[in-house]
Design a protein around this ligand. Structure first.
Ligand SMILES: O=c1[nH]cnc2c1ncn2[C@@H]1O[C@H](CO)[C@@H](O)[C@H]1O
Ligand SMILES: [Zn+2]
Length: 355
């Protein structure tokens, strides 16, 4: 199998359907925002801050992984900081040819300085719109309820999702620590979203077993599953997910860091793909996990043996799984399929380097 380079993978058109805004900042931006806002960080240089906001493979659990967000959230409490971080995330994604991205975050975590929930959504939409005008990228927003926060708050966030339906918000999610915080507590919020004909996805099967995925699908009506790695433990549910073409938002590097899987070679995305499941490849958190969509494809190429044809197929599954109206999705898919057919590995740059 010819080896694909990172440049090849960067050139391919891609999606990122699972990326948290508050885990995907640039470190220099955090430093600048902290200075402007007089916020105290654990360190005031990029190198000093890195260990607090990038977890690495020695991270032991999801709960440990989530500590990085205390730092990022401390500088994401103003309208301008939300516009800026949303713009920069879309800019970074566009530069590696991500053509469609769904950005998620939980507005309730951005109210420490009194911003209204509406302003918090508006700011992110403004930053993303600015990037869309400048780059060849389409975006949508997914609002997250948080598992450990009260179901009443999830209901308010569900109402916020309804208020921004067709205005840039395309779905609702449930994030945060999974163990001891079952999704069923939040089922009214999902009911609200579903009854308004809005898509939902839930983080499930990351730090808890297949029961969690079962709840997400059957009690909360999940149209997609975030991670879902532990689906491998329940063949019957796996068949259901496969038969109903429920997409899995796989985030391989993040899963090694949170110990959803012990090591990359054990990642079930290979088996899921071979069984015909609809799998997608995503970053989860570009900064916290120190990754990009291209790097995630490189990892599954090098460590799990996905070849170019298989990668193209996973890319297409990403576009198919988008929370986009069907007509738009079909048009975008047609464009991408055309590009993928014409794609030849070996970028101009890498050819020049070889000379
Ligand atoms: O992999 C993950 N699993 C569960 N929750 C997560 C993950 N990454 C980030 N968050 C949580 O989602 C919130 C909103 O973006 C973040 O603040 C973080 O607490
Ligand atoms: Zn996530």
């Amino acid at each position: 199998m010819a080896k694909l380079t990172i440049q090849d993978l960067q050139r391919l058109p891609k999606t990122d359907l699972h990326v948290h805004l508050d885990g995907s900042l640039r470190i220099p931006t955090i430093l600048q925002l902290a200075e402007e806002q007089k916020v105290k960080l654990p360190a005031d240089t990029a190198e000093g801050l890195r260990p607090f906001v990038e977890v690495g493979d020695d991270c032991k659990s999801l709960v440990e992984y989530l500590r990085a967000f205390d730092v990022t959230l401390s500088v994401m409490q103003t309208y301008e900081s939300l516009v800026r971080t949303a713009f920069e995330l879309a800019e970074d994604a566009a530069k590696e040819n991500v053509r469609y991205m769904e950005v998620r975050y939980s507005p309730i975590l951005h109210q420490q300085k009194g911003l209204t929930l509406h302003a918090i959504v508006q700011a992110v939409l403004e930053g993303l719109a600015q990037a869309e005008r400048q780059y060849n990228i389409k975006t949508g927003v997914i609002l997250c309820g948080m598992r450990h926060i009260s179901p009443d708050i999830s209901l308010r966030l569900a109402d916020l999702t309804v208020a921004f339906k067709n205005k840039g918000v395309v779905g609702f999610d449930l994030a945060g620590a999974e163990e001891n915080f079952p999704a069923k507590r939040h089922k009214d919020a999902f009911g609200r979203v579903l009854q308004n004909n809005i898509n939902c996805t839930l983080h499930a099967g990351e730090a808890y077993g297949p029961e969690s995925i079962h709840q997400a699908i059957h009690l909360c009506g999940a149209h997609r599953i975030g991670h879902g790695v532990r689906l491998i433990e329940d063949g019957d549910l796996l068949n259901y997910v496969n038969d109903h073409r429920i997409p899995l938002e796989c985030c391989p590097s993040s899963n090694v860091q949170t110990k959803a899987v012990k090591k990359m070679a054990d990642h079930p995305i290979r088996l899921f793909y071979d069984l015909g499941l609809r799998v997608t490849v995503n970053t989860d958190n570009r900064m916290v996990t120190n990754t990009t969509v291209s790097k995630e494809f490189q990892v599954i190429h090098e460590e799990l043996g996905f070849n170019l044809e298989e990668i193209k197929e996973v890319i297409i599954m990403g576009f198919k799984s988008a929370f986009l109206p069907y007509a738009l999705k079909r048009a975008l898919l047609a464009e991408v399929v055309h590009e993928l057919k014409a794609f030849k590995p070996g970028s101009l740059e890498s050819k020049k380097e070889q000379l």
